[in-house]
Design a protein around this ligand. Structure first.
Ligand SMILES: Nc1ncnc2c1ncn2[C@@H]1O[C@H](COP(=O)(O)OP(=O)(O)OP(=O)(O)O)[C@@H](O)[C@H]1O
Length: 261
């Protein structure tokens, strides 16, 4: 049994017959513990939808997701919410994903309160401090600040601390680096990698940035119009793409990256 087993996932958006679209058609893949899997594909291929379903933000129309032996699709809403402490999400935009009215202390504490992980206030604060230390933000300096008093890179680290604070087994990182410049991107990837090595956290890494998958993702899954068209070890997929769609996608993404340099 694999750590995560996704079988025949289907997601349809829209209500009436005319606007119904199957954005995931029949997606199946597995992941092992500690594994980092990159999801690549053109815009609209369904990458974020897979992430949202795994994080419990969307429900699939069909299919099963077994996570550490538990079938997420058979859980009641209450069970699923309680289980969500094991799966966290890091969002694309460090400016939009943090409430401007909350201090960093409150932002990192919030998931602990929602998940009822620690009732004792002082112990909760200690967990918050530890999470900030893990993301290399000095708690004494940052706890009482507001998001607007932080740089983009620091805000994204707060987003990572929020994801980490409940000690999840899996983090869905949906284009977490796309708003950062190159050196900050590399720093963020190094941070995520160190959390993987130290705490065994697995990642589903949704990205358009092929260069970042090298040295970070163990494996890559290529999505096209809601279906997996290719998958393999990162270097094999990137250096020797065999599937015609993967070839075209990698060529297009590398050209795009080149244009942004
Ligand atoms: N809530 C929604 N209601 C209706 N359609 C949606 C909704 N969310 C996503 N879609 C559609 O589903 C398709 C897949 O979207 P998704 O965000 O998963 O793609 P993606 O591969 O992550 O794209 P991108 O790289 O642009 O972020 C798109 O065509 C999108 O317009």
């Amino acid at each position: 049994m694999s750590f995560i087993e996704i079988e025949h996932l289907m997601k349809i958006y829209g209500h009436s017959k005319s606007d119904k679209v199957a954005v995931l058609k029949d997606v199946s893949f597995t992941m092992e513990q500690r594994e980092i899997v990159g999801l690549i594909g053109a815009s609209g291929a369904g990458k974020s939808t897979i992430g949202k379903i795994l994080a419990g933000l969307e429900m699939p129309n069909k299919g099963t997701i077994r996570f550490d032996g538990h079938d997420l699709t058979k859980m009641s809403g209450r069970e699923r919410r309680a289980f969500s402490k094991h799966i966290a999400m890091i969002f694309q935009d460090p400016y939009e994903s943090l409430s401007p009215r909350m201090k960093i202390r409150e932002l990192v504490e919030e998931p602990l309160i929602i998940q009822q992980i620690e009732r004792d206030k002082q112990k909760r604060l200690n967990i918050v401090r530890e999470a900030l230390q893990v993301v290399s933000l000095d708690p004494d300096k940052y706890l009482e600040r507001y998001p607007h008093e932080l740089s983009g890179g620091e805000r994204q680290r707060v987003g990572v601390a929020r994801a980490f604070v409940c000690k999840p087994k899996l983090i869905i990182a949906d284009e977490p680096t796309s708003m950062l410049d190159t050196s900050l991107r590399l720093e963020l990837i190094a941070l995520l990698k160190s959390m993987n090595e130290q705490y065994g956290i697995s990642y589903v890494f949704v990205t358009h940035d092929i260069a970042l998958t090298k040295g970070f993702c163990d494996r890559i899954i290529v999505l096209h119009e809601g279906e997996i068209v290719d998958e393999g070890m990162t270097d094999d997929v990137i250096n020797n793409p065999t599937h015609p769609f993967t070839k075209a996608l990698i060529h297009a993404l590398l050209t795009l990256e080149g244009a942004h340099e």
